[in-house]
Design a protein around this ligand. Structure first.
Ligand SMILES: Nc1ncnc2c1ncn2[C@@H]1O[C@H](COP(=O)(O)OP(=O)(O)OP(=O)(O)O)[C@@H](O)[C@H]1O
Ligand SMILES: [Mg+2]
Length: 304
């Protein structure tokens, strides 16, 4: 029998030998939370679950907004780095032909998802590279990725290409984060289908707010069939708290998305540009900067 921890959602298999007990008091091996697995009658002894299930365990997070320049790539990199610093095993997937995430991590001419599909590498794991940061790996992008759209867009079930291949390596990671391009097409759809959480970065600007509602419309359609489990949350990025017009848009986003707006807000921070120039996540470049702390806080909000 498979059960899920009420608190951290870790999944376990209960050994057949204890299945005949009427009610199980259990303790999550991972977060320590105690809860009852219902059976007909109660029993007293706490039973520590042993076996953790891996398939489908990793959290797949797509970072998406069809508005350009709202910090999708910056968020993928820095949220991923924050998770990695928390000791989580993280895979970043650059699913944008611009390959900005790949460039920010200092890789050039690496193998990409294109090579996985074109047969240049045997499986998706063969294209994954380790970054110089502990726990942080990358599936790079390259300009060749543009050919994928042409080749596969008209094919039946093209939107499952990434999800199906990710599933073969997902047990190696706690979190998979996918960076997407500023449009809703081949790459973004593949990412949205693979994801169980979509983070939608938005600046407090009028047109950025529209991008948020467009991506929500697409996700509403996916939730009705292709990806019923997917959650979606808006993240305010590059915020200037003192700016009056930003305050107006912020309030509007808060009213519209309520619980689906992250509590954490990422403020504009000059150190971010500097960290990009030296090809480092902000938490390594300037650990005590505002942006580094806010991305760490975001990782804790998601993990918690
Ligand atoms: N918190 C921040 N403070 C200051 N500048 C930031 C911050 N976050 C991102 N930026 C800057 O904003 C610009 C756009 O960021 P980024 O490339 O991550 O956006 P994007 O949404 O991925 O863009 P695209 O749509 O082109 O893929 C970059 O120059 C980046 O350095
Ligand atoms: Mg980008």
């Amino acid at each position: 029998m498979i059960i899920t921890c009420e608190k951290c959602r870790t999944r376990y298999r209960i050994a057949d030998s204890v299945l005949d007990k009427p009610e199980l008091k259990v303790r999550c091996h991972k977060c320590g939370h105690r809860f009852i697995v219902q059976r007909a009658a109660p029993i007293d002894d706490a039973f520590l679950l042993q076996e953790e299930l891996h398939p489908d365990y990793s959290r797949v997070i797509a970072v998406s907004n069809q508005k350009g320049g709202v910090a999708k790539t910056t968020t993928t990199l820095n949220l991923g780095a924050a998770f990695a610093r928390m000791g989580k095993r993280v895979l970043l997937v650059d699913f944008d032909v611009q390959a900005n995430l790949t460039i920010l991590l200092g890789f050039r001419k690496a193998k990409s998802f294109y090579d996985v599909l074109a047969g240049g590498v045997k499986d998706i794991g063969g294209a994954v590279v380790k970054t110089k940061y502990a726990n942080l790996s990358l599936l790079p992008s390259s300009s060749k990725m543009a050919l994928l759209k042409k080749k596969y867009l008209s094919q039946h079930n093209f939107e499952y290409l990434l999800r199906d291949r990710l599933r073969t390596i997902q047990d190696k990671y706690d979190h998979v984060l996918i960076d997407t391009p500023p449009s809703i097409e081949f790459f973004t759809l593949n990412a949205l289908v693979a994801a169980n959480l979509v983070v939608v970065p938005s600046t407090c600007e009028y047109l950025s707010m529209h991008g948020v509602s467009q991506i929500h419309d697409v996700i509403d359609v996916l939730k009705k069939g292709i990806n019923r489990e997917v959650e979606c949350k808006v993240l305010i990025t590059m915020h200037h708290p003192q700016n009056t017009s930003e305050k107006v848009i912020f309030d509007k986003l808060r009213q519209t998305y309520r619980d689906n707006l992250f509590k954490t807000v990422i403020e504009a921070d000059d150190r971010m540009q500097e960290s990009h120039i030296v090809n480092e996540p902000i938490s390594y470049y300037a650990e005590t900067s505002r942006a580094a702390k806010q991305y760490m806080q975001l990782a804790e909000e998601i993990a918690g």
